[in-house]
Design a protein around this ligand. Structure first.
Ligand code: C2E
Ligand code: MG
Ligand code: MG
Length: 611
């Protein structure tokens, strides 16, 4: 204790001093006017004030506005008359937080029996003290939902972790967040939101066992503690049950049904974290992933997940830099006519020239680029660069080549797409009929009506359209007929072991037949063997693309191939003789090689005038 300051501990023995210091209850000693003479460490940490800050001050310092003047008047009255007061009291910490304690104040008497000091003991509220169960509720129960609040949940979680460690079982914690709750709140008002929350809580608690705890974390977030869980999959079952319980709409007003879904993150103790804060944080992170993955689902936190998440973050930052610094490249893979092996077009395939890792294939970065919204600017770079490259080849005197680019689904959602493509075609002076966009069957079918509309717009500026990876996306034939498509690209999985694999051979033939009957031309992707070529020729496939002819190559290499090779057929594979050469069927859109390339198509100029 500081020298010279009045001390209430004078006269206490060493044992009492030690007890004072070690007590878990907060203890404060004042003179008769209420000036603080001493306070123990528990009192300091309970209030957030240091020992020095408290000395000499009046306990009013921690007074909350929860009690009226009458409350304090009675307290003093009792102290004077009975030399003791006890009761529940709400005080305020240094950081503004309110806290409730059971306070006992006793007068300490001198030798003559007159009060010399007051000593106040602040202990945790315990049921034995309580005349009024409302205090317990106020401290531990969320008034809106009637569920335990985060305080009580932490308490139970701590206990569950202890027991789990001893008994060797796992503890699961689920963090549930309602999807789109904010919008509902804004639309129907907060009173409605409150009632909805209460109804959700009421319904969801039926999924739990009596030993489980559902708690309100705050806002529209609920926590579920499953203290005895054999395996993570059991927690998954509970999560599924919670989601299923939400399927049925809520009827809060006679005329209004409301549907809500939720995203849930699941964390397991001790597998995923060892302390409470970490567990709570990981459960929330897993919930965020569930949201990111499309909502109305649950997601497990796992340490490997965490590692992947931080890798993805790093990749995202690198990708942004790569876009700024133009670290991307386009390689071009030849497409050849099936009969003679002549180069008819190329597909532009993006590569990342990574400063440390060298040239990376799209599988290493496209998914993340899509997830973080970089696919649109990257895709735009691809289209622009491919247009410019087509122009450069023409300027170098190469025969006209059809250039195809892949469009991601998000680019397809982008309303500016068609105008941009038209703009770059005009800028580079490339004939739109020599330009093809590929959209995978999967993204075309994601929202077929919009696909029809967007493809019509693309057709209106004169570009060609191909459906990529055909056969993998469960197209409805009805839509396929309505899509204004020039070409189907048979996915390379259908070519595996063809013709030996009979099932693949049958499917492959069927796809070619289908395209033919819809008036489209067909390109087979992933051609690697002469036997596949023979088979595809027999089925009247128009064009081929695959390693057998060439891998994707840089633009100069492609120019060299175009100049020096009249056919890309490998040695030993003769050109096929045919009554109807494939090029004639697709020929309508491929200008004869001798024809001068046109700078713009009527499609583009009329469209641009319209705008
Ligand atoms: P895709 O559009 O179906 O492109 C064909 C892929 O098959 C290319 O892989 C190509 O290298 C590979 N391939 C071609 N012939 C053969 C073969 O004979 N055998 C085998 N095993 N593979 C062959 P790549 O370049 O790795 O591209 C993969 C996918 O990434 C593309 O599939 C496309 O969906 C996507 N992609 C590539 N570039 C772009 C782009 O600029 N934008 C978008 N949105 N997606 C792109
Ligand atoms: Mg493609
Ligand atoms: Mg493909």
């Amino acid at each position: 204790m500081a020298q010279g300051k009045p001390s209430g501990r004078d006269g206490l023995g060493a044992r009492e001093c030690a007890m004072f210091a070690a007590a878990s209850d907060g203890i404060v000693l004042t003179d008769l006017q209420g000036a603080i003479l001493d306070a123990n460490p528990a009192f300091c940490s309970m209030t957030g004030y240091s020992h020095d800050e408290l000395l000499g001050k009046n306990p009013r310092l921690i007074k909350s506005d929860r009690h009226d003047a009458e409350f304090y008047r009675r307290m003093w009255q009792a102290l004077v008359r009975e030399r003791r007061w006890q009761g529940e009291i709400w005080d305020r910490r240094r950081n503004g937080e309110l806290f409730a304690r059971w306070l006992t104040i006793d007068a300490v008497l001198d030798e003559r029996g007159s009060p010399a000091h007051y000593v106040g003991v602040f202990s945790e509220l315990c049921v034995a003290h309580r005349k009024d169960a409302e205090v317990e509720r106020a401290v531990h129960i969320d008034p809106l939902t009637g569920l335990p609040n985060r305080l009580l949940l932490r308490d139970r979680l701590r206990q569950a972790m202890l027991l789990g460690r001893r008994a060797g079982h796992k503890v699961a914690l689920l963090h549930l967040d309602l999807d789109g709750f904010k919008a509902l709140n804004e639309r129907y008002g907060h009173a409605f939101g409150d009632r909805l929350l209460a109804a959700v809580a009421e319904r969801l608690r039926t999924a739990l066992r009596s030993t489980d705890t559902a708690a309100r974390e705050g806002g529209d977030e609920l926590l579920f503690l499953l203290p005895e869980t054999a395996a993570a999959s059991d927690a998954g079952l509970v999560a599924r049950k919670l989601l299923e319980l939400l399927v049925e709409p809520f009827q809060l007003e006679a005329s209004r049904d409301v549907r809500v879904s939720a995203s849930i993150g699941i964390v397991m103790y001790p597998d995923d974290a060892e302390d409470i804060d970490e567990l709570l944080a990981h459960a929330e992170a897993a919930m965020q992933r569930a949201k990111g993955a499309g909502r109305n689902r649950y997601h497990f936190y796992s340490r490997s997940l965490q590692a992947r998440a931080s890798q993805e973050l790093e990749l995202e930052a690198e990708l942004r830099r790569a876009l700024e610094q133009e670290q991307f490249l386009l390689y071009y893979q030849p497409q050849v006519d099936a009969r003679r092996g002549q180069l008819t077009g190329v597909e532009a395939l993006v590569r990342w020239n990574h400063p440390r890792q060298g040239v990376l294939p799209p599988a290493r970065f496209l998914k993340v680029a899509e997830d973080v919204g970089l696919i649109v600017p990257l895709g735009e770079w691809v289209v622009r660069t491919a247009c410019r490259q087509a122009r450069r080849w023409r300027d170098q005197g190469l025969p006209p080549l059809r250039v195809a680019v892949n469009l991601a689904a998000a680019q397809f959602d982008d309303l500016r797409l068609v105008d941009r493509v038209a703009g770059w075609l005009i800028e580079s002076g490339v004939d739109p009929r020599q330009f093809e966009v590929e959209i995978t069957e999967g993204s075309a079918m994601r929202s077929p009506e919009r696909t029809v509309e967007r493809l019509m717009e693309l057709k209106a500026i004169g570009v060609r359209v191909a459906i990529d990876d055909f056969g993998t996306g469960y197209s409805s034939l009805g839509y396929l007929k309505r899509f204004p498509v020039d070409t189907l690209k048979v996915d390379r999985t259908f070519l595996r072991d063809v013709p030996d694999d009979e099932e693949n051979a049958t499917l492959c033939a069927a796809v070619i037949g289908l395209a033919r009957s819809l008036g489209m031309s067909v390109i087979a992707e992933g051609v690697e063997t002469a036997a596949q070529v023979e088979f595809l020729r027999e089925k009247e496939c128009d064009e081929l693309q695959g390693f057998l002819f060439s891998r994707p190559v840089p633009p100069d290499e492609l120019a060299r191939l175009a100049r020096t090779r009249t056919t890309l057929l490998p040695e030993g594979l003769a050109p096929a003789r045919s009554k109807t050469p494939a090029r004639q069927r697709r020929g309508a859109s491929i200008p004869p090689r001798s024809a001068p390339a046109r700078t713009t198509s009527p499609g583009i100029s009329s469209r641009r005038k319209d705008r």
